[in-house]
Design a binder for this molecule. Structure first.
Ligand code: PMP
Length: 380
């Protein structure tokens, strides 16, 4: 039987029809009054939903570019940056900073664990850091950082900019910019927003905007806040061409978020995340992240003894679900499955049942077990 292939990697996530339709619309001029209005409404919604009294930048690019935008606008060569790393994407800030001549110190967690807030506080007390980066959910480990607690602690360091990488979290894990004392929140369109890849969103607090001004001219041109600020404040202006159809697609995603209710969406992610993790555990898999710090947007799933990664993922793809492999030391030992954004019951049951069939074909008969656990949890 030929199966449709469910995209269950941790981004891009399934793109629902109404969002696809926005990408298929006839493209208009970016100065078209209808588009100017749509873009403006989108920016207003993004600030309101994430409770930001600062600004938001929506620019064509990916999450990595958003990371670069955050660093480029808040730090200059010779500044000190503290990187709190819970995995591969936390580590990505190191090279990014070093290339700019920023002095990067790193607090690196054992994969699956978090750096305790006290340890971050201790480090910040030892030396003056202009900024600190925290990856909300590190996609390589499935660890969710305590961003609210860190934000509370950061109040003791009012001169340090608090940067949060929300690429695998925003629109799935709770984030409130002002309340959590976040100065820069960065993300991309392809994960919990359920839009195709190609847009990055960066929220900046008044403190971050003031820091940008203090720095003066920066070497970067495309990602400069100062260049984009006039456009984000008046969407009829031009700096570089906006990704018209992707902006419409993101607007539709935000409309869906408002229709669902953002709090209901966050609660749904918790329910789905925990149900998927219970289902996977009931089938004999392990979960890499410590129970207290597990993301709800994806699961990083450890194979039981004797399961070959390549064989598993190849059969799983034949059975109709595509998942991602483990990174770095976990390549071959783990797979990663996304359950964020606009996934529905059919996607989840379909993915778990495809995993059951894969195990069956590999000689382990647990047919029905994962699906039963998943559905019972979701029906609670
Ligand atoms: N940060 C995190 C936490 C990510 O998961 C990713 C992508 N998986 C990135 C940054 C980089 O984003 P992109 O691939 O869109 O450049």
């Amino acid at each position: 039987m030929k199966n449709r292939r469910l995209v269950m990697i941790p981004g891009p996530t399934p793109v629902v029809r109404s969002i696809q339709d926005q990408m298929g619309r006839e493209t208009v001029a970016f100065g078209d009054p209808g588009f100017v209005k749509d873009f403006k409404e989108l920016l207003t919604d993004l600030k309101e939903l994430w409770k930001s009294s600062g600004e938001v930048f929506v620019v064509a690019g990916t999450g990595t570019m958003a990371m670069e935008m955050a660093i480029a606008n808040t730090l200059k060569s010779g500044d000190n940056l503290l990187i709190v790393s819970h995995g591969f994407f936390g580590d990505r800030f190191v090279e990014l900073a070093e290339r700019k001549g920023i002095v990067a110190d790193i607090l690196k967690a054992e994969w699956g664990k978090i750096i305790p807030v006290e340890e971050i506080e201790k480090k910040l007390s030892e030396k003056k850091y202009q900024a600190v980066t925290v990856t909300h959910v590190d996609t390589s480990t499935g660890v969710c950082a305590p961003v609210a607690e860190i934000g509370e602690m950061m109040k003791k360091f009012p001169e340090t900019i608090y940067i949060v990488d929300g690429v695998c979290a925003t629109a799935g894990e709770r984030e409130y910019i002002d309340e959590m004392n976040i100065d820069v929140l960065l993300t991309g369109s392809q994960k919990a927003f359920g839009v195709a890849p190609g847009l990055e969103m960066v929220w900046a607090s008044q403190k971050a905007l003031a820091r940008r001004k203090e720095i003066g001219t920066i070497p970067e041109y495309y990602v400069d806040f100062e260049k984009w600020l006039p456009i984000m404040q008046d969407t009829s202006k031009y700096y570089a061409t906006p990704a018209v159809n992707l902006i419409w697609a993101l607007k539709e995603s935000v409309r869906l978020i408002k229709e669902e209710g953002i709090e209901a969406r966050y609660d749904r992610h918790i329910k789905v995340g925990r149900a998927m993790q219970s289902a996977l555990e009931s089938m004999g898999f392990g979960i890499l992240a410590d129970k207290d710090h597990r993301a709800v947007t994806l699961s990083n799933v450890l194979y039981p003894e004797g399961i070959d990664d390549m064989k598993f993922r190849t059969i799983l793809a034949e059975e109709g679900a595509q998942v991602a492999g483990g990174l770095a030391a976990y390549a071959g030992k783990m797979f990663r499955i996304g359950h964020m954004g606009n996934v529905d019951m059919h996607d989840l049951v379909g993915a778990i049942s495809a995993i059951e069939r894969t195990l069956y074909r590999m000689g382990t008969d647990i047919l029905g077990k994962g699906v039963a656990t998943l559905q019972k949890e979701l029906l609670k």
